[in-house]
Ligand binder design. Structure first.
Ligand code: AHR
Length: 501
């Protein structure tokens, strides 16, 4: 058995745990909305057509914010289509996903649903086929309090109180050639700055997110961020980052180490943002909104968009995630938490049916995918402050990243509740590793509980027929005084909770 060690010190604070790290994403894509969160004919639908079985799982997942309505979808979306009497809403071709959008569900339905789940809405405006005026109109429709035309229009649609949306994404993935209205960094940087400046005339306190790169592999990565920030630094608060990971060509070893890419991605964007700040003599730090991240098997048939027909709510991107995928999702959450000083918001893409932790059958059941579990455990138990955790770990070779630390970890400590949590992953697919944690700075500690995912049956998956094949099981943990020892089987993720004795 290989060994790794680390020290836990409540004084080594990175940043507070930010609830917005545990966001997710609802796009008009496939069955995320229709037969996902919304299915009026379902036996468990409430009087607004929202599936209560899905809503229960959303609350159990512990998501804090939900980004809406896209994604690629937003770059062709006319928000006006989705408000007002349902029977008069137009049916449109959704060019992004080659689907028919009925607009039965729109802004007010989303806001009502989000409020019912206790989640914060994060809206995206269309800067693909539309521009500043439409962004202003949507903002006025959502947030205006007075008696302006669009505030009154919202009231006439039944939404008497303003939706009070704080976080706004200025478009989506505008660096991607697949995006409707794709732009160069200079074109987009100017438009983002001008849109942000105009939106702040309505409300100076908005949190505005400019599009960063759609992935660290984009040919414009780095230059895109530099240019956009150079043009929009004064007007925006955050820059986005998107990353999807998959096991390619059977290379599970590299896949398990995907968080190495996420770490580098965040550090690179933060470095560029700091460079722009310095060059401009600025005073604010630009934060990162990692508002799309997950495991996504993008090249599998599940992600092929329809070609000739324009179906309503087709089965699209319905990846069935494995225990290995769950271990990777757990490790990506470790990376996001570790960067809480810089990552101020994040969205697991997406929430239901579309590369999602929650799956449904139309008219049937809803269940938890394997990836549901690391997210729910991290969201529920990461409280208080994020602590810096330097692991002294064995290393192993990967084809994609070279040598990597086999064990990665992060801890949180809630001083008020005197409770802590440790999240650890063994990314080595063939070696078991024993991780010893020295928590002397906390005194004698007692274990509250320990959960483990992966290690065995790495290809097993949850399905409608077998919804609980992949569930957390008790971790093997020993506690002695202020030392904790956790057994981490190959390719496993663990979460332990402890308190002071
Ligand atoms: O989440 C699926 C898609 O991935 C989103 O629509 C887009 O923004 C990204 O490319």
């Amino acid at each position: 058995m290989l060994r790794a060690s680390m020290t836990l010190d409540p004084a080594a604070v990175v940043a507070p745990v930010r609830r917005r790290t545990f966001g997710s994403f609802v796009e008009h894509l496939g069955r995320c909305v229709y037969t996902g969160i919304y299915e009026p004919d379902h036996p468990k639908a409430d009087d607004q057509g929202f599936r209560t079985d899905v809503a229960e799982l959303v609350r159990e997942l512990g998501v804090s914010t939900i980004r809406y309505p896209g994604g690629n979808f937003v770059s062709g979306y006319r928000w006006e289509d989705g408000v007002g009497p349902v029977e008069s809403r137009p049916r449109r071709l959704d060019l992004a996903w080659h689907s028919l959008e009925t607009n039965e569900f729109g802004t007010n339905e989303f806001m009502a649903w989000a409020r019912a789940q206790g989640v914060e809405p994060m809206m995206a405006v269309n800067l693909g086929t539309r521009g500043i005026q439409e962004a202003l109109d949507l903002l006025e429709y959502c947030n205006a309090r007075g008696s302006s035309a669009l505030a009154n229009l919202r009231r006439s649609h039944g939404a008497v109180e303003p939706h009070a949306v704080t976080m706004w994404c200025l478009g989506n993935e505008m660096d991607g050639p697949w995006q409707l209205g794709h732009k160069t960094a200079t074109e987009y940087g100017r438009l983002a700055a001008e849109t942000a400046r105009a939106m702040r005339m309505i409300d100076p306190d908005l949190v505005l997110v400019a599009c960063g790169s759609s992935g660290s592999g984009m040919p414009t990565f780095g230059e895109w961020e530099r240019t956009v920030l150079d043009l929009a630094y004064n007007e925006i608060d955050m820059i986005s980052a998107h990353a999807y990971y998959e096991e390619k060509d059977g290379d599970r070893t590299s896949f398990l180490a995907s968080a190495v890419d996420m770490d580098r991605f965040i550090d690179t964007v933060a470095g560029i943002a700091d460079g722009v700040k310095e060059a401009k003599g600025g005073t604010k730090d630009i934060a990162i909104s990692f508002d799309e991240w997950n495991v996504w098997y993008i090249t599998r048939p599940e992600s092929e968009v329809p070609k000739s027909e324009w179906p309503r709510a087709p089965r699209l991107l319905e990846d069935v995630h494995s225990a290995t995928d769950a271990v990777v999702v757990g490790s990506l959450l470790i990376s996001l938490l570790r960067h809480s000083d810089r990552v101020h918001a994040a969205s697991l893409a997406q929430l239901v049916n579309v590369i999602a932790p929650i799956m449904t059958e139309p008219g049937g059941d809803a269940w938890r995918q394997a990836t549901f579990h690391p997210f729910a455990l991290t969201s529920r138990h990461a409280r208080g402050d994020v602590l810096r955790a330097t692991v002294d770990s064995p290393r192993h070779e990967t084809a994609r990243f070279g040598g990597v630390a086999s064990v990665d970890a992060v801890a949180t400590w809630d001083a008020e509740a005197a409770e802590g949590a440790l999240f650890a992953v063994n990314r080595d697919p063939s070696e078991s590793i024993e991780l010893t944690v020295d928590a002397s700075a906390l005194g004698r500690i007692a274990l509250l509980d320990g959960n483990l995912l992966g290690g065995v049956d790495l290809d097993s998956r949850n399905t409608a027929a077998e919804p609980d094949r992949v569930v957390p099981r008790p971790a093997e943990v020993r506690v002695g005084g202020s030392r904790v020892t956790i057994a981490l089987p190959p390719a496993s993720w663990a979460m332990i909770r402890f308190t002071r004795e």
